[in-house]
Design a protein around this ligand. Sequence first.
Ligand code: KE4
Length: 446
Amino acid sequence: MTHAFSRASARPRSHAAFARACQLIPGGVNSPARAFGAVGGEPIFFASAQGQWLTDIDGHTYLDYIGSWGPMILGHRHPRVVAAIEAALARGTSYGAPTEAESHLAELIISAVPCVEKVRMVSSGTEATMSAVRLARGFTGRVKIVKFAGNYHGHVDSLLVSAGSAAATLGVPDSPGVTPGTSQDTIVLEYNDPEALETLFRSRGIEIAAVLLEPVVGNMGLVVPTPEFLAALRRLTAKSGALLVFDEVMTGFRLSYGGAQQILGVTPDLTTLGKIVGGGLPLGAYGGRRDVMDHVLPAGKVFQAGTLSGNPLAVAAGTATLEELRDRPPYAQLERHGAVLEEGFRRAAQAAGLPVWIARRGSMLTMFFQPGSRQKPAAAGFPVTGWQTASKSDTRRYAEFFWGMIDRGFYFPCSQYEALFFSSMHTDADIAATLAAAEEVLSGME
Ligand code: KE4
């Protein structure tokens, strides 16, 4: 089914821009997640954004359900964030020396995130997870890292093993260039499988430096942890001396002001952050127990450094974003809108006779399209509990849904294996218009 917008003729300037970019940048993009590889067609080039809206270089406007893959929880160009960046800019852009603003942002993070007693700022989520893994190994003196299939933690060599997000989308969950010597110390288990975790710790617990996971997964589509899985994670790591590391780059300040760990009631030993904590500018962070963090150079001997770590502009954007989230928490509204979207998508898919599994936490949601013939009302979809079930999705149907929504001006994630996000700027009318469009698209799908 070809779509008005999916044809390059719908966006001639994007088409030309993409052709030019492909001559200069691998795949024409600076990150594969935005390449539209899984949905076909060409990526859209954008000119500007404001609030909940994106405008492409052909002048089309879209309601934004990606929010820069998570950071824009307050919408684009929030006045408090813009003012903070402008004020910092008037004083300088980078010093390569400490500023008081970094301590203020550190205080905000420490007061918000339950496990964080000390924190180190870096420039991306990847740097945060890479550093946390090195710290866990340096602190414990152990080697093995446990991760879970379909979880994505950035493009860290040792973690690009059965990875999610663009790695899963584009079929390179174990990337070329990652050597056996690197990946041999990474153990991959299925998410939400406490028995596998028990078996591993029974035989190899003393080898394990850390267990790293997305506490609510966004990178295989949205998957929530079972209470049994969470309890096993915390019990087994505590008993064996391994560190429990929550990668909250996506969920931090998204699911609540204290992140996933606050709503799940499980306190890890380390947490990694990114996206929202930088307010849309390049900033990541890792933090946790003081006795662990004090092993980071120069307090301790675990090396980690960065020219632009704690960059004044990024710190200003992150600080303003966190202060706005603290002062006017949007989470009740995000929950209300999320529940309406979830129920509306479920009803529309059922009426269209399409088997789906819908998972949601707050303003993170995925509708997994599943194989099966159409029958009205649709048979219930099977639960998606980990990569083994997520990877059974009908990605062709997802692509058809994606383009149908693009045709109608709704910018959804360009992969079945991503979560959608929406902001505090999305209105009741925006949510209703989204559901009306989804009903139209779903009812017309093959
Ligand atoms: P960055 O290096 O992209 O800032 O963060 C890596 C990362 C780490 N941990 C989690 C849980 C993440 O979701 C991410 C990055 N997420 C992807 C989207 N699923 C970023 C989009 C992209 O790669 O362009």
